[in-house]
Design a binder for this molecule. Structure first.
Ligand code: UDX
Ligand code: ADP
Length: 474
């Protein structure tokens, strides 16, 4: 079998998946020209910014990889059609949010961006092109992409050569915050597809740095379904331990001790057992809802409701935390200053998509709180978009309306606050000088630690009252 030799790759979508993934491929395969394209001009300009602190995605180690490959064999561009035409392999890595209206609203993925990409590829590709699904997509999307690609296109007179296509599924398992490590040392690479020549062409690229035994070749649909299922299993563990956190608080147990005790059973394992304010990010909720939609579609309502509970419990955990803060602060937070530490959905990323901090902050704003929000990597503009509310002057009159402002550092955030809520586990929140911060707050002052970043000894003798998620007092 002669394997198709890949010289040029185009990736459509320069987001959290496309950007870092292509940076690592370009870094490890200097003989391949990799062009990442996007319709969003500002995003492409940021990827091309000489100042590596301005990259649109914050990921530890990404700047170093970009510095090595950019301009050598890695390019970021808005010239989508040209990059498609020049490529032997096209990755589709565009957004696939949950549909907000129409059939499947609230559950099914909105495939309009994927479909638009497939049409563009159909029109501009030349010769034989391998098209790869990188975005998380519902099972059987590859077939839909293939049928769009195989529909005869109107081509310009000078370009009458009809291209041919192979479609593969190559789901991305990277987690934000550890993307570079996950890409450089993946647990596995999954390639689904029926065209073994195309599968091996892609495997050859990964073999530049991934051992062959870690490259799994499967049927197309197995690959698509594996991505949804992997995320559903991970999210299920979080909802399971979060459900236990509430039980620990009620009974006087400690969820950290329970997680350690169960996680040391090698059959269970210790990963993904950190109880917290619920999972966020662009994948878990979307993928589970997608799975739920699929199950209904295939006449499996019991399976659908089993998975749906994972999402229901996650929402409950977020509401529960906001409720609990209000209860502890004498039943009202109207006009009270609350410091929110951390707005990203997890540490080491600037991504806020579906962040628990959004839901908890909105619940508290609804109760009339004045929030001072701090995050080391998320800016004020993004927070305003997420909360659907502009920031206010911190000294504005109390009218009972919830307000928020962006705090430049932790000290500014806690100034005059009745409570601090730690919602993201940024390293800098792990060693704060609480004796100093306590003096800036209004007594009796609370610290609500939803991420287990505080050692209770740090708080002792500061006069602060510490509430830790999953710690019962009985
Ligand atoms: C996830 C999957 O891990 C990854 O394989 C897939 O490609 C995309 O979706 P990501 O969402 O980037 O990655 O981050 P992840 O580390 O999985 O965290 C997701 C959410 O779960 C975060 O809000 C995180 O704080 C939360 N979480 C994670 C917990 O609350 N407890 C844990 O033990 C682990
Ligand atoms: P992910 O986390 O999956 O990477 P993002 O939303 O961060 O998702 O990135 C997806 C990117 O895809 C966005 O920057 C968006 O502008 C881009 N995009 C969507 N549709 C197209 C298209 N048809 N052509 C080029 N880029 C597109």
């Amino acid at each position: 079998m002669t394997i198709h030799s890949i010289k040029a790759i185009c990736c459509i979508g320069a987001g959290y998946v496309g950007g870092p993934t292509m940076a690592v491929i370009a870094d490890r395969c200097p003989d391949i020209v990799v062009t990442v394209v996007d319709l969003n001009e500002a995003r492409i300009a940021a990827w091309n910014d000489p100042d590596l602190n301005q990259l649109p995605v914050y990921e530890p180690g990404l700047d170093v990889v970009i510095a090595r490959a950019r301009g050598r064999n890695l390019y970021f561009s808005t010239a989508v059609n040209e990059a498609i035409a020049a490529a032997d392999m096209v990755f589709i890595s565009v957004n696939t949010p949950t549909k907000t209206k129409g059939i499947g609203a609230g559950q099914a993925s909105d495939l309009r961006w994927v479909e638009a990409c497939a049409r563009q590829v159909a029109q501009y590709a030349k010769d034989h092109t391998i098209v790869i699904e990188k975005s998380t997509l519902p099972v059987r999307t590859a077939v839909a992409i293939k049928s769009i690609l195989d529909t005869p296109q109107q081509r310009s007179e000078v370009d009458q050569d009809v291209p041919t296509f192979s479609v593969l599924s190559n789901p991305e398992f990277l987690a934000e915050g550890t993307a570079i490590r996950d890409l450089e040392q993946p647990d596995r690479v999954l390639i689904g597809g029926e065209d073994s020549n195309a599968v091996e062409a892609l495997a050859t690229i990964y073999r530049h740095w991934v051992p062959n035994e870690k490259i799994l070749r499967t049927k197309l649909w197995s690959s698509e379904l594996s991505k949804l299922t992997a995320n559903a299993f991970l999210a299920q563990r979080i909802s399971s331990i979060n459900s236990v956190s509430a039980l620990c608080e009620a009974t006087g147990a400690d969820v950290r001790e329970v997680a350690l005790a169960i996680g040391t059973d090698s059959r269970i394992g210790s990963g993904f057992l950190s109880s917290g304010p619920g999972f966020g990010g662009s994948c878990f909720k979307k993928d589970i809802l997608n799975l739920v939609y699929l199950c209904h579609h295939f006449g499996l309502p019991e399976v659908a409701s089993y998975w749906e509970q994972v999402v229901t419990l996650n929402k409950w955990q977020q509401n529960r935390i906001a409720r609990l803060v209000v209860q502890r602060l004498f039943g009202t937070v109207t006009g009270k200053r609350l410091a929110i530490l951390g707005f990203a959905f997890k540490a080491d990323t600037n991504d806020t998509r579906d962040s628990p901090a959004i839901h908890i902050s909105m619940d508290l704003l609804e109760e009339g709180a004045q929030l001072a929000i701090h995050d080391p990597k998320v800016d004020s503009r993004q927070i305003a978009l997420d909360l659907k509310q502009s920031p206010s002057n911190p000294l504005s009159d109390l009218k009972g309306e919830g307000t928020w402002h962006f705090a430049i550092d932790v000290a500014e955030a806690v100034q005059g606050a009745d409570a601090v809520l730690i919602l993201t586990e940024w390293e800098q929140y792990q060693n704060l000088d609480w004796s100093n911060l306590a003096g800036l707050m209004r007594a009796p002052a609370w610290v609500f630690d939803t991420r287990s970043v505080i050692d209770p000894a740090q708080i002792a003798e500061t006069g602060l009252i510490l509430w830790r998620l999953g710690e019962g007092s009985g």
